[in-house]
Design a protein around this ligand. Structure first.
Ligand code: OAD
Ligand code: ZN
Length: 240
């Protein structure tokens, strides 16, 4: 099976890599729904919705501050690095649900952050946005306009940034190969990206130690971790 798909991979020019929390798991960042995932211990409706934010902004800010510290000290793993190397062999676009910035830290040049970034903030009311995260003297910090600032991430019930999502659909619809790594594919609309790729007859490869909602739709499923298998997958391109 692996051999079979590798023959086809050699002809591939446009690659879209869809990533989720699992790709950063080996960098020490917990997933959401995995064994030690955040949503096993916390209720997402109390931390990752605008309603939760208005109910308890301090709690939400403190949770994101804690996560930001963890993320800030995290380093890209062999999986992130292999994805960077892939750029030597094909046009690569990364569509990530992660807010950790590790693909960019690793050196990937074409990353779309579908769910925003933990390193950015925005105002809840006006158009103010910033990537200047400082030690705020009060939590929640306030915007110059007097309203609360919030992390510039996408919460449950919110739409993805329109331009980012439009580009993501366009890229997914044009690719020859989609590699889907470390996502449970339960969160919409990111979980529709493989469908767009399939409509273009792209090959789908899933890298995930566990079965997902869409495993049966994949051309190849690799039940390994990102850091384990991605460097091996890249070596196929190298050999060519
Ligand atoms: P999940 O936690 O739902 O899924 C992580 C997936 O990664 C699981 O399928 C694991 O089996 C897999 N996994 C774990 N370790 C891995 C490893 N080392 N290598 C490869 N795969 C591994 O995370 P996401 O699918 O990213 O949104 O979750 C999607 C969205 O739901 C997140 O962006 C976040 C969350 O709630 C919001 O907060 C709005
Ligand atoms: Zn404002």
């Amino acid at each position: 099976m692996f051999e079979e798909i590798t023959k086809q991979i050699k002809e591939i020019k446009e690659i879209v890599v869809v990533t989720g929390a699992g790709v950063s798991q080996e960098s020490g960042i917990p997933t959401f729904r995995g064994k030690d995932g955040f949503w096993k211990n916390y209720n997402p409706m109390k931390l990752a919705t605008i309603e939760a934010f208005y109910e308890n902004p301090k709690l939400v800010w403190e949770w994101y501050n804690e996560r930001r510290e963890n993320i800030f000290s995290a380093k890209p793993n062999q999986g992130h690095k292999a994805i960077v190397e892939l750029e030597k062999y094909a046009t690569v676009t990364i569509l990530t649900q992660n807010i950790d910035g590790l693909h960019q830290k690793a050196g990937s040049s074409n990353v779309f952050e579908l769910h925003g970034s933990i390193m950015k903030i925005k105002c809840t009311v006006c158009n103010f946005k910033s990537s200047q995260i400082e030690k705020f003297s009060q939590i929640p910090p306030l915007c110059k306009c007097g309203n609360m600032l919030r992390p510039d991430v996408v919460w449950f019930g919110e739409s993805l940034p329109q331009d980012v999502w439009k580009n993501a659909i366009a890229k997914a619809s044009q690719c020859d190969l989609m590699i889907i790594i470390g996502t449970s594919l339960v969160v919409s609309p990111a979980n529709t990206l493989p469908i767009y790729a399939k409509q273009n007859s792209a090959k789908l490869i899933e890298i995930n130690p566990e079965k997902t909602e869409m495993s049966s739709k994949m051309d190849l499923v690799l039940r390994k971790t990102g850091a384990e298998i991605l460097p091996k997958l890249i070596s196929i391109f190298k050999e060519n």
